[in-house]
Design a protein around this ligand. Structure first.
Ligand SMILES: Cc1cc2nc3c(=O)[nH]c(=O)nc-3n(C[C@H](O)[C@H](O)[C@H](O)COP(=O)(O)O)c2cc1C
Length: 179
C-alpha cells in the first residue's frame, strides 16, 4: 500500500517525529511505500475559500507546497497525520493541509475509500487533551469516507526525548500493522 504521512511539528527531534519515524520504519519493513511530508518545514498557507480548486490544473490555485502533498494524498491508499497538541487543537502548520483537503471536495475528486491514521502527543497527562485533534480528524475522515484504521495518542510528553519514557514509539510501530 502507498501510505502518505503528514507531520505537523517543527521539532525535528521532537516526540511526534520520533513516533513518525517508528511508524515509517515499521511500515516500510512491512512492504508499504511511504511518502512523508513535514508540513511545518514546508511553505503551506491556509485555505482562501476561493473555490477554484483544480481549475488551474493543480489542487490549489494558490500555488504553495500543499500542491506537492495533494497528488500524494490522491494516489495513496492511506493517509497518516502526526502532530503535537497546540492549545488543545491541531497546530497551524498542519491545519493548512487539513483545511485544504477541501480542494478535493470542491474539485469533485473521488478520494473515498482510503484508510486514515492519527499519531498525536501532548504535555498534559490526560488523553482527552487530544480530543481537539482526534474529533476533527475522525469527522473529517468520515466526511471523506476514509476509514479510521488506528490512533496513537500519547499524553505526558513535553520536551524532546520525553517520548522515550513512554511506549509511544512502540504504539506507532504497531499502528503500521493496521494498514
Ligand atoms: C504552541 C504550543 C502549544 C501547546 N499546547 C499544549 C496544550 O494545549 N496541551 C498540552 O498538553 N501540551 C501543549 N503543548 C506541548 C506539546 O504538545 C508537547 O511539548 C509535545 O510533546 C510536542 O510535540 P513535538 O515534540 O512533536 O513537537 C504545546 C506546545 C506548544 C509549542
Amino acid at each position: 500500500m502507498k501510505i502518505t504521512v503528514i507531520t505537523g511539528s517543527p521539532r525535528r527531534r521532537g516526540n511526534s517525529f520520533a513516533m513518525t519515524d517508528a511508524f515509517v520504519k515499521e511500515a516500510e519493513r512491512l512492504g508499504h511505500t511511504v511518502r512523508r511530508f513535514d508540513a511545518a518545514l514546508m511553505k503551506i498557507g491556509g485555505c482562501r475559500a476561493c473555490q477554484t480548486c483544480f481549475k488551474t490544473g493543480k489542487a490549489c490555485s494558490f500555488d504553495d507546497d500543499f500542491n506537492l502533498i495533494a497528488p500524494a494524498i490522491m494516489e495513496a491508499g492511506a493517509v497518516v497525520f502526526s502532530m503535537p497538541t497546540y492549545w488543545y487543537s491541531i497546530p497551524a502548520q498542519i491545519k493548512g493541509v487539513i483545511d485544504r483537503l477541501f480542494s478535493f471536495v470542491v474539485g469533485g475528486k473521488d478520494i473515498a475509500g482510503k484508510k486514515c491514521g492519527l499519531i498525536a502527543c501532548c504535555e498534559e497527562g490526560d488523553v482527552t487533551v487530544m480530543d481537539g485533534i482526534r474529533m476533527p480528524l475522525e469527522r473529517s475522515a468520515a466526511l471523506l469516507r476514509w476509514e479510521m484504521a488506528g490512533e496513537v495518542l500519547v499524553p505526558g510528553v513535553l520536551n524532546e526525548g520525553d517520548i522515550d519514557n513512554t511506549d509511544g514509539c512502540k504504539q506507532a510501530a504497531e499502528l503500521a500493522h493496521k494498514f
